[in-house]
Design a protein around this ligand. Structure first.
Ligand SMILES: NC(=O)c1ccc[n+]([C@@H]2O[C@H](COP(=O)([O-])OP(=O)(O)OC[C@H]3O[C@@H](n4cnc5c(N)ncnc54)[C@H](O)[C@@H]3O)[C@@H](O)[C@H]2O)c1
Length: 250
């Protein structure tokens, strides 16, 4: 199996949770990792884990809502680790606020990080992937884009936007050698979820047919599959590891 051996992956929000787990699993598969996050200390910790697995890592502070910062980082990554083969656009925030109390700033910030952040990353890495005639664009939607969520209108709308962007880009790039897919995680045990009250986490767990939260690695393995050579016929897909949460009668 070729997997992701010898590939260079650029991950956003890789200083924590799902991004960190994906960096590790990609490195275990033989990829070098550009570990980016708005939190440099977190990115550096992940990069350390990648180098301990025997792969190259470059830790960079990148705010995905800033197109120029993303472009600068992808250029630097290209010089230091080589052309980017795999993008995992994963950075995110989970701020909860009732729609009635939501400010325009709340709304804009959510879209800047998630939907605009994904657009910035796609835009920055695409030219080189087109030149190479091979690439994997993987974005992060959410189960919430399809199920909704209380106090999460801005989040669910931004995540639905990412799903639309992903499928549209997959259509546009269908014959280019570049696949475009998304993961739409269910409820995963990361710092983002743990910032919610314990009671909320318990109640959410009761709604999951498997009666447990997902682990970051559950998403990481889905991403690594989408990033692999073997997933070459998968495009325009939104993969949702969620413990069976789309099933109604459980
Ligand atoms: N945990 C879940 O249940 C769940 C469910 C569905 C979707 N998701 C999505 O998965 C992704 C990863 O979330 P997680 O659960 O690992 O959370 P997390 O909080 O552990 O990690 C998110 C990372 O994104 C970084 N980040 C935030 N704003 C940024 C910015 N502007 N630029 C760059 N980095 C930034 C944070 O510093 C953090 O390291 C997010 O897009 C999230 O919306 C998570």
């Amino acid at each position: 199996m070729a997997g992701v051996e010898g590939r260079v992956a650029f991950i956003t929000g890789a200083g924590s949770g799902i991004g960190r787990a994906t960096a590790r699993v990609l490195a275990q598969g033989g990829a070098d990792i550009v570990v980016t996050d708005i939190n440099l200390a977190g990115a550096e910790e992940t990069a350390q884990a990648v180098t301990e697995l025997g792969r190259k890592a470059l830790a960079l502070r990148v705010d995905v809502s800033d197109l120029r910062a993303v472009e600068t980082a992808t250029a630097q990554a290209g010089q230091e680790l080589g052309a980017i083969d795999i993008l995992f656009s994963n950075a995110g925030i989970g701020t909860q606020v009732a729609f009635a109390d939501m400010t325009e700033e709340d709304w804009d910030h959510m879209f800047d990080v998630h939907l605009n952040g994904t657009y910035h990353c796609f835009r920055a890495v695409l030219p080189e992937m087109k030149t190479a005639g091979w690439g994997r664009l993987i974005s992060t939607s959410s189960m919430g884009a399809f199920t909704g969520g209380v106090r999460l209108a801005h989040y669910c709308a931004a995540k639905a936007g990412i799903a639309g962007l992903t499928v549209a880009m997959a259509s546009e790039l269908a014959r280019s050698g570049i696949t475009v897919n998304a993961v739409a995680p269910g409820v995963i045990d990361t710092p983002m979820v743990r910032q919610s009250p314990e009671r909320w986490v318990k109640n959410m767990t009761k709604t999951i047919p498997m009666r447990k939260l997902g682990q970051p690695e559950d998403i990481a393995h889905a991403v690594v599959y989408l990033a692999s050579e073997e997933a070459g016929f998968m495009t325009g897909q939104i993969l949702s590891p969620n413990g069976g949460s789309y099933m109604k009668w459980c």
